[in-house]
Design a protein around this ligand. Sequence first.
Ligand SMILES: Cc1cc2nc3c(=O)[nH]c(=O)nc-3n(C[C@H](O)[C@H](O)[C@H](O)COP(=O)(O)OP(=O)(O)OC[C@H]3O[C@@H](n4cnc5c(N)ncnc54)[C@H](O)[C@@H]3O)c2cc1C
Length: 416
Amino acid sequence: MASSAGAEERLVVVGAGQAGGWVAVSLREHGYRGTITLIGDEAYPPYERPPLSKEFLSEPVPAERMAIKAASFYQDAGIELRLGQQVTRLDRHRRTLSLRGGGETRYDRLVLTTGARPRRLSVPGGAAERVLYLRGIPDAERLRDALADGRRLIVVGGGLIGMEVAAAAARRGLEVTVLEQAARLMERVLPAQISDHLAQVHTAHGVHLRVGAEIRRIETGPRDVRVHLGDGSVATADHIVAGIGAVPNDELAAAAGIAVGDGVLVDEFGATSDPHVYAAGDVARFHHPPLGRGIRLESWHNAQNQAIAVGRGIAGDRRPYDEVPWFWSDQYDVNVQIAGAAQGWPDPVCRRDPRGRGFTVLALRDGVPVAAATVDQPREMRAARTLLARGRPIDRAALADPAVPLAALVRSDRDR
Ligand SMILES: Cc1cc2nc3c(=O)[nH]c(=O)nc-3n(C[C@H](O)[C@H](O)[C@H](O)COP(=O)(O)OP(=O)(O)OC[C@H]3O[C@@H](n4cnc5c(N)ncnc54)[C@H](O)[C@@H]3O)c2cc1C
């Protein structure tokens, strides 16, 4: 569909990460004729972050290999890429952006793709130099150096990123302790069967897991760092890496009077409360029509596909973004994939024995699949995503029977 914007329109994207890059790409691919400027405060053209908590920690991965497009693409596509520049203020009435170090940029339409940042440890001593966080390439370089220098690592937070770092460190031969305050690992995103399975895998690799751990304070010595726990014990390491969640970078929008609430609030087209401003990616809390509520996702899939949908909509082809949430994690040689938005994994159905290699868990609400998680079953995940997108009741007995391929359930559901 042709762009509704004229060549004189000026569109600015703030945040040159994965989502920002894809908004710009999508605008051009869908015929947008206006000026596109992509402003980001990092030194690299838009790149994908998943390798940073995985292979990057063992060996250098060139930034070009993580880039969503070759650097030359932007020039060829007529996208002005302004790197190393931070936007400090958004004036909605004048439609201008202020840059750190001075200067202003005008926009007709604006897309906020400012992502999220790691939540910081708020306990005393949490700001110490030996406490590391992971979001961008410089963080991952620092962490990789720390893994090379040290013998012992404490991972605070047993979420996906924390457990990927634990796996990378254990593989490098470090003594790894994971401190998780919840009763099990990755509790927020995974069903108990998969948490338990991954706990066994980590334990088999020598990782020391402590769930229900309450961190009181952190003390830094000349050569090590000590975590004092609620039960009076002390864990010691050379470095700590904290993976305790992310905070959306929604301050620019909030200060400008745009509606926020743990993220910039947008509709299914990415539109904010200001008709000239859109948002996508980790920073956006969007209305998800099938779920009937707002969600904010921190995943590769959402950063790419929501951004593409927002770019396409601005270019004139407006279609609601309603894809089933999907993300993955790689720990050692184990691939985990999660789809849907379960909120507690109701009525779980487990296909195959979780003690074996490769199984699937589906959650049902009123007989309808609402979420799925797989361990080393990428093909089942593809079928599960189709079932989730359809949102129809399913034959529970057939679902629980691993002899019935999930793809067959997809076919029989289609033929009904
Ligand atoms: C270490 C790591 C591993 C991950 N692994 C996986 C995985 O295995 N699977 C999966 O599904 N997902 C994974 N993710 C999640 C996925 O990478 C994110 O969801 C995705 O990067 C979000 O893209 P985004 O563009 O919204 O945000 P970001 O990629 O964070 O980009 C936002 C950009 O905006 C910039 N910015 C912010 N404020 C300003 C400002 N005021 N001015 C200028 N620039 C600004 C930021 O510096 C950043 O460059 C991982 C994330 C991390 C951090």
